[in-house]
Write a protein that binds this ligand. Structure first.
Ligand SMILES: Nc1ncnc2c1ncn2[C@@H]1O[C@H](COP(=O)(O)OP(=O)(O)OP(=O)(O)O)[C@@H](O)[C@H]1O
Ligand SMILES: [Mg+2]
Length: 338
């Protein structure tokens, strides 16, 4: 039996059927007619203790719904979940003692209290023995570097500081699993990088199993070696990140703002060009030509205002998975039996 086993779970939401306009909304309050929405559709996976896994998919794919089922916040419509031998919804109290959760979009800290007081309150909620509490607090304060703002009310913290404080709160009671729903959302590049490094050390030093949801592929590349991709409630990939990287990583997009309408020569390695005013998106194969070679060729004939190189989006990766059976196969071969 795996440490976390998820066997064909589904979650169906019933949403009141609504007609257009104000009266439609009023009618919906009294209507018994519902539309059903399959947010998660027969997903299965198994995770071993100590793994660190990226869980990704476009908006509305069912990531948060899955995390909520894993943590016992939502009941699956069907299917079975076991986390460290326990069924989340049945063993809620024992589960709470064994898992840590961070929802990047909201905090579990008390907004008006100095940070240290939130930790004190959590100590009582989780019934953490004094010695363990002080030891953990000291270790994590150092690791997450939150000492400087321990006496600051949470509302005055920057988003990056608050996220580190939330991570500390989630780890105070020594959970064996950490569920993270978009812990890097809204952070700038430096703060994101810091959170990634911290997650890697937490996984290593505290041997915590981590399931990480994000929209940012770089979060996954920097922290995980396995990822699960879902799309419209279905699992579309479960496997190594290298297999995906080798395939999706073929193209990049150079976005250039020109001073005047440009003259673009035919360049080997460029796969498509799209234009919006003086902004051009030039897609290129990165093993045929590098971004800097491309820029030097283009700037020979034109004056550039600005340029950026875009990494492929998760949507583009999913498209490639659907179109490329080899990637699908690579994913399947990593699937563990439950
Ligand atoms: N409580 C709810 N009632 C009805 N529908 C819901 C509810 N929660 C989620 N949904 C729907 O289920 C689907 C999956 O939502 P979910 O929040 O799990 O997606 P997600 O992958 O976390 O997306 P995002 O990247 O935007 O956070 C969406 O279509 C959403 O509208
Ligand atoms: Mg979500």
């Amino acid at each position: 039996m795996s440490f976390i086993s998820v066997d064909k779970i589904s979650k169906q939401f019933l949403i009141p059927k609504k007609k257009q306009g104000f009266w439609g909304s009023v009618q919906a309050l009294f209507s018994t007619r519902h539309e059903s929405k399959m947010a998660v559709n027969q997903i299965s996976f198994a995770i071993e203790r100590g793994e660190m896994i990226g869980f990704i998919g476009p908006n509305g794919a069912g990531k948060s719904t899955t995390i909520k089922m894993l943590t016992g916040i939502l009941v699956p419509t069907s299917g079975e979940i076991k986390v460290n031998g326990k069924i989340p919804i049945k063993h809620r109290e024992e589960m709470a003692a064994d898992i840590g959760v961070v929802f990047g979009q909201r905090t579990q800290l008390w907004w008006d209290l100095p940070l240290i007081e939130s930790f004190q309150l959590l100590r009582y909620i989780y019934k953490i023995p004094a010695l363990q509490f002080h030891k953990n607090l000291a270790f994590l304060t150092d690791l997450l570097d939150v000492g400087e703002f321990m006496n600051t009310p949470v509302r005055q913290l920057s988003l990056g500081q608050r996220m580190r404080a939330d991570l500390l709160a989630a780890l105070l009671h020594n959970p064996s699993v950490l569920f993270l729903d978009e812990p890097t959302i809204g952070l700038d590049a430096i703060a994101k990088e810091r959170i990634r490094e911290l997650l890697v050390s937490i996984n290593k030093e505290k041997h915590v199993t981590v399931l990480l949801t994000t929209h940012d592929m770089i979060d996954i590349e920097k922290t995980c070696n396995r990822m699960i991709i879902i799309d419209k409630g279905n699992k579309v990939y479960d496997g190594g990140i290298d297999e995906i990287r080798a395939n999706y990583g073929r193209t990049r997009t150079l976005v250039v703002d020109f001073k005047q309408f440009p003259h673009l020569p035919a360049i080997d390695g460029v796969t498509s060009v799209s234009q919006n005013g003086l902004r051009f998106e030039i897609q290129f194969e990165k093993n045929k030509i590098s971004a800097s070679q491309l820029v030097s060729l283009i700037s020979k004939h034109n004056d550039l205002m600005d340029l950026t190189v875009q990494e492929p989006e998760i949507e583009a990766i999913i498209k490639e998975i659907y179109n490329n059976p080899a990637i699908k196969k690579a994913g399947r071969s990593h699937e563990t039996a439950i």
